[in-house]
Design a protein around this ligand. Structure first.
Ligand code: DAT
Length: 179
């Protein structure tokens, strides 16, 4: 069982979460290029490794099997140096992450991004409500220590550049536990 400061890992693990469309994948991909950490897109992993319990017709997405996902990631997370990209955060072990970033986008902007992605009906409404009620920020705050969670605005390209620069700096300054 590890405590704070990253257990035995020599590089930190970061979770980038937020409502779909807030820019997680774009941010993680640029952050992985800047830091050489490994970007894991959990949605893609669930599809390619079949870590799900079928298809949800109403919300048009796979029903994620959280236990299978955690089992799949455990060894990698223990080694460290992973950026996890997912629109949920309460089922990962708390000890995995040194930083949890919650991306947030103003509603009209998010609405446009999701409709241009083809979201409509309950899937669109559900995600917009998720952002209005700051569901992911609440979930992150109730699942991780206060000093681990940061909220970051993601409305425009400049926001992405600023967030990537801020996180790159944080990764470069990070020190393993006991060092
Ligand atoms: P997510 O992984 O959170 O679902 P994404 O990275 O796939 O989001 O981004 C969805 C779309 O929105 C994609 O076309 C890129 C664009 N986008 C995301 N964040 C943005 C930002 N801060 N500024 C401009 N465009 C952004």
């Amino acid at each position: 069982m590890d405590g704070g400061g990253g257990g035995n890992r020599t590089r930190p693990n970061i979770l980038v979460t937020g409502t779909p469309g807030t820019g997680k994948t774009t941010t993680c991909s640029l952050l992985a290029d800047a830091t050489q950490l490994c970007h894991v897109n959990v949605g893609d992993l669930v599809k390619t490794k079949n870590l799900h319990d079928g298809w949800d017709e109403e919300f048009e997405c796979h029903i994620i099997n959280e236990e299978l996902v955690c089992d799949e990631l455990e060894d990698m997370m223990e080694d460290g140096g992973v950026i996890v990209d997912y629109h949920g955060c309460d089922f990962f072990p708390e000890r995995w992450f040194d930083r949890v970033v919650v991306l947030q986008t103003d509603n009209p902007i998010l609405h446009d991004r999701l409709t241009s992605r083809g979201y409509m009906g309950p899937k669109l409404t559900n995600n917009i409500e998720c952002e209005i009620f700051q569901v992911l920020l609440e979930e992150a705050m109730s699942s991780y220590p206060e000093d681990v969670v940061v909220a970051a605005r993601s409305n425009c390209i400049e926001d992405i550049s600023r967030n990537v620069a801020m996180l790159t700096q944080w990764v470069n300054d990070w020190k393993p536990a006991g060092s």
